[in-house]
Design a protein around this ligand. Structure first.
Ligand SMILES: C[S@@+](CC[C@H](N)C(=O)[O-])C[C@H]1O[C@@H](n2cnc3c(N)ncnc32)[C@H](O)[C@@H]1O
Length: 326
């Protein structure tokens, strides 16, 4: 762990690509930042320690917000809000925050969530088949016990890129008649029994667990809406930094950022079939033409960081914004 990461790592979660996040966000005194995925508070703590600024820490997980209250005792300019980051603009209006100087999103789950068996995110531990970040709404068990076979197969294929999706869905539906799914191990063992072991050594349940987690938490829609909300909140010269962990997430981040920067045309909302496309007014500038990856040293020290990709974008100062081109 490098000196920066170790000083801001809150017990239980090591912040990923922390020095790169700070380099792109460039926290400055008297400015306002949003940490849309507060988690263990590693990024928030680092931002607040770098500059005398304010941070709005958002998380949909009530446990993360409770943990954050300890940190706000030491950092009075840390404000915590329990909500989805897709709703950050509406949620912050209630506190009279209508714009900000930077937003950071560190997608996915924290080590706190993954390593707590009772949250049901991991196939490594036995716990209830839950996977809800917000601790409300339907659980992963509800999905596998009640959805039609085809829908389960589609979820595993679309969100997990699981090529044995149909075989797994068929066996889930057969098994649930005898005994509904309650635990992570019931599901993980079924998957391990019905599909061949992966040559790379990864657990056969990996892709299906990822798919169910994405579905339970509506993660891709959240990313889409969250990035749009963040872009709208940015003041001129404000920056958005996003760290993603798999290709489905990164594709969304990349496309929205490129559209915002006028690098690719965006389908017109009046033309859902996208026969006519238009370029956005150019009000943002990409700071990363390619995703930035963690250093080899970070990957060695924190294997969770291995798949991380960072992208960043800046809202242009008014003087550099270009008008609509069709
Ligand atoms: C990878 S962790 C963030 C870790 C944090 N950067 C740190 O250094 O401690 C992701 C956190 O974001 C939260 N989260 C994920 N999706 C969210 C969403 N759509 N809205 C709000 N919080 C979300 C999760 O509950 C989790 O606590």
């Amino acid at each position: 762990m490098n000196a920066l990461t170790s000083s801001f790592s809150v017990q239980g979660h090591i912040p990923v690509m922390l020095s790169e996040v700070l380099d792109y966000l460039k926290p400055q005194a008297n400015k306002v930042y949003i940490d849309g995925t507060f988690g263990g508070g590693g990024y928030s703590k680092a931002i607040l320690s770098t500059a005398d600024c304010s941070v709005w820490g958002i998380d949909r997980d009530p446990d993360a917000i409770k943990r954050g209250e300890l940190l706000s005792n030491s950092f009075p300019k840390l404000h915590l809000v329990e909500t989805e980051f897709a709703k950050m603009d509406h949620a912050l209006k209630a506190y009279d925050i209508h714009s900000c100087d930077g937003v950071v999103l560190d997608l996915g789950v924290s080590s706190y969530q993954l390593d707590q068996a009772e949250r049901g995110f991991s196939f490594r531990y036995d716990g209830p088949l839950d996977m809800r970040m917000s601790q409300s709404g339907p659980t992963a068990a509800d999905l596998v016990n009640h959805l039609p076979e085809k829908e389960i197969a589609d979820i595993l294929w679309v969100y997990g890129e699981e090529r044995f999706s149909r075989r797994i869905a068929k066996m889930i539906v057969k098994q649930r008649i005898e005994e509904p799914f309650k635990t992570t191990q019931q599901l993980a063992n079924l998957i391990r029994n019905v599909i061949p072991a992966d040559k790379s050594g990864i657990d056969p349940a990996t892709r299906s667990f990822q798919a169910l987690r994405i579905k339970v938490n509506d993660e891709l829609q959240q990313i889409q809406q969250g990035i749009q909300a963040a872009l709208q909140l940015l003041k001129p010269e404000g920056r958005l930094v996003v760290v993603s962990f798999h290709s489905l997430e990164d594709r969304i981040v990349k496309n929205i950022m490129k559209q915002a920067a006028g690098k690719i045309a965006q389908p017109s909302r009046y033309d859902p079939q996208a026969l006519i496309t238009r370029k956005n007014p150019v009000t943002y500038r990409l700071l990363t033409s390619k995703p930035v990856r963690p250093t080899e040293e970070e990957c060695r020290i924190n294997p969770r960081s291995r798949s991380a990709r960072l992208r960043a974008i800046e809202r242009l100062p008014f003087s550099e914004q270009k008008g609509l081109s069709s």
